[in-house]
Design a protein around this ligand. Sequence first.
Ligand code: ADP
Ligand SMILES: O=C(O)[C@H]1O[C@H](OP(=O)(O)O)[C@H](O)[C@@H](O)[C@@H]1O
Ligand code: MG
Length: 361
Amino acid sequence: MDEESPSSRKSNEIEHKVYARVGLLGNPSDVYYGRTISFSLANFWATVKLQPSHHLIITPHPTHDLVQFSGLDHLVNRLQSEGYYGGVRLLMSICKVFYNYCNENNIELSKENFTLSYDTNIPRQTGLSGSSAIVCAALNCLLDFYKVRHLVKVEIRPDLILSAEKELGIIAGLQDRVAQVYGGLVYMDFNKDHMEKLGHGVYTPMDTSLLPPLQLIYAENPSDSGKVHSTVQKRWLDGDEFIVSSMAEVADLALQGQTAILEKDYSKLADLMNRNFDLRRSMFGDDALGSLNIEMVEVARRVGAASKFTGSGGAVVVFCPDGPPQVKLLEDACKEAGFVIQPVKVVPSYLNEDDLKTLPG
Ligand SMILES: Nc1ncnc2c1ncn2[C@@H]1O[C@H](COP(=O)(O)OP(=O)(O)O)[C@@H](O)[C@H]1O
Ligand SMILES: O=C(O)[C@H]1O[C@H](OP(=O)(O)O)[C@H](O)[C@@H](O)[C@@H]1O
Ligand SMILES: [Mg+2]
């Protein structure tokens, strides 16, 4: 498939590609009516393929949905490192959510069936939104297969993707799904009044060329976003003052970050990124975040760079204010620590004409 194009169609087969995302500022306040700035990351992506078929079939991925093992030790190792779940449940869930949404909104679906399969190179459960990339790509396939893209508003699609994961008990917010539906760099405001009135946030695309060069650090270290979030979510729902006020401060970092990015005030951006992680650390605690994840942030800070999690843990976004010599120092430090480091590549917006028609204005 052409790397530049997020979708393609070979005869009657539909394929969609959705990239990983980086939460640059404000996450995880998206889970709590806050604000974030996030972008779509070209370094990694998931693809979902849809082929018309007699029966409706969800195809397990040969490695991500492993069900055949060389023996008990293999099975147990696999479950201990990667958990029980792969992508099949995500595909099933978005089919259910899509079907129900269409029913409730009088969107008629033809009686045709399909076979869905997926692939992904997004490092598994590293806070790069591997889960929602699969769900978003599947939703795009369904929108095209049933020819209803023009009937399902762009702003609503992140909610459908989130519902598919909530259905599975995964605690998550909208930032991943917005970045993955819109592409590019997006400022997002999840203000409670707006969310309750319209059912979605206010999403403002920003020019990706305003961003300074950024680095990505990650480690093969699967962590479950649902588990990471559960205690903080409970405390927030219980009205815990420390969590409520810290989360409001995290949301405020995205607001300040929007101005800093527009003004290319990168030293301000560095301060905001660092503060973002420090607030997460004080709310979640070191045990929930994991020592390896904290070390990834600290490796960057030891060379004077700014750093924070891209999502709930597993990958870190870094800004080196002193430029290439500092990036070199960081690369050496990552090599020594056993972390992978790559320059960040940002994906431009990928809304097509049909998508744009569903947006206000
Ligand atoms: N690479 C992957 N392949 C298959 N399924 C995945 C992958 N990554 C995540 N998932 C599915 O999504 C669920 C939630 O993942 P999550 O903790 O949100 O990780 P991420 O940070 O990648 O979004 C997992 O329990 C699993 O069912
Ligand atoms: O904690 C976060 O920053 C994010 O956690 C989840 O993303 P993931 O990539 O699965 O770690 C969640 O879906 C996001 O909404 C949170 O901002
Ligand atoms: Mg996820």
